[in-house]
Design a protein around this ligand. Structure first.
Ligand SMILES: Cc1ncc(COP(=O)(O)O)c(C=O)c1O
Length: 362
């Protein structure tokens, strides 16, 4: 027997590691990154700011200045605070661990963000996935039935949803939040909020069981790994106990603080991506054999609907053309023959469109 076999949980040994393909030399449209960087003048100033950071010291774990900047720039309601995470991935993990009472469960629509189920498993929580309807809208009745049957400790509603890109119906979400009541929390995951004209953040004070979770990743700062969540103080205080004390490193802290001083740059980039989304949707709608789903995010979900041609075949032809998208067809039956593609710069979108068109015609 090997040491790993002796000590590592069987369910962990049975897992495959989260796969991130090597994108070197590809037009990278698989991870919903913002394609734009900071303007050179700001890069220079950021470099100076970072050079002055005390790398020899641990961060001050209250992160008071960064939290204040986030509250101010990100529309956190008066009287509400935030807890910071090393990406919202870490926040999902913190919430899972904090709520992992024996027998507790996690509920989420599927297909959804994979880390909800994975973090639940790592923390020893049962995961209950409720399929979306065939049109990828939220199945309100099935969700309400699952809330009654499982009384989940955590319900995730991604708003907009990944990988489908749509915003769920607000009334259905409110009904689910009411049905959960004080027996669980509802995490409204707003990773794609910069590209949507909807948010639960202004509603926080109406819902003591709601946690609004966000990230700066899709805004152009995926590399610094920073997420934040807001909720009633009573909940945040408990989550904060589970957070590793120095989870935001000093370079991330300084970078985020600097970029928030120039938040208008990120806002302009998000607006440019939304405009490009409109252009790309129109172009894709004109491609025979491709169905494009409505999106309030910085990516589009497509279905290949050409007889005799699978989504996987198109994915592989795109790879040959050095364009990397996400093949989500195997994630869930509802996503059969579907691909997910990041909305990028006009040049990269044109490159994707040309490669898609030729992969449909070969
Ligand atoms: C819905 C959703 N939530 C959270 C995340 C994680 O984001 P982060 O980069 O902050 O860990 C993602 C990343 O793709 C996502 O799609």
């Amino acid at each position: 027997m090997s040491v790993a076999k002796n000590i590592i949980r069987a369910d962990v040994r049975a897992l495959s590691a989260y796969h991130v393909p090597d994108a070197t030399g590809f037009v990278k449209l698989d991870a919903m990154e913002n394609p734009y960087t900071l303007p050179p003048g700001l890069q220079q100033k950021l470099g100076e700011r970072l050079a002055a950071v005390a790398l020899n010291r641990y961060p001050v774990p209250s992160y008071a200045a960064l939290k204040a900047a986030i509250r101010e720039h990100m529309g956190v309601p008066a009287g509400f605070d935030v807890v910071l995470g090393n990406g919202s991935d870490e926040l999902i993990s913190i919430v899972s661990v904090a709520c992992a009472k024996p027998g507790a469960s996690v509920l989420a629509p599927v297909p959804g963000f994979v880390m909800y189920a994975m973090s639940a498993q790592f923390a020893g929580l049962d995961f209950v996935g409720v399929p979306l309807k065939p049109d990828l809208s939220l199945d309100r009745d099935a969700m309400l039935a699952a809330v009654r049957a499982h009384r989940p400790a955590i319900t995730y509603l991604a708003y907009p949803n990944n990988p489908t890109g749509n915003l769920f119906d607000l009334d259905a979400m409110l009904e689910i939040i009411r049905a959960v009541g004080d027996t669980g929390i509802v995490v409204v995951d707003e990773a794609y909020q910069p590209f949507a004209d909807a948010s639960f953040m202004p509603r926080l004070s109406d819902h003591p069981n709601v946690v609004v979770m966000r990230t700066v990743s899709k805004l152009g700062l995926a590399g610094i790994r920073l997420g934040y969540m807001s909720a009633a103080a009573e909940l945040l205080a408990e989550f904060d106990k589970v957070r590793p004390p120095y989870n935001i490193n000093v370079l991330t802290e300084a970078t985020a603080g600097f970029v928030l001083e120039h938040a208008e740059v990120l806002d302009a980039q998000a607006a440019a991506i939304c405009a490009e989304r409109t252009t790309l949707v129109a172009a894709l709608a004109a491609v025979p054999g491709v169905r494009v789903f409505p999106s309030a995010a910085n990516f589009l979900l497509l279905r290949i609907e050409r007889p005799g041609l699978t989504g996987t075949a198109v994915f592989e032809r795109l790879l040959q053309a050095r364009v990397l998208v996400k093949n989500v067809g195997k994630m869930h039956a509802l996503l059969d023959n579907c691909l997910r593609v990041t909305v990028s710069t006009p040049a990269e979108n044109a490159c994707f469109l040309a490669a898609l068109q030729s992969s449909l015609n070969t």
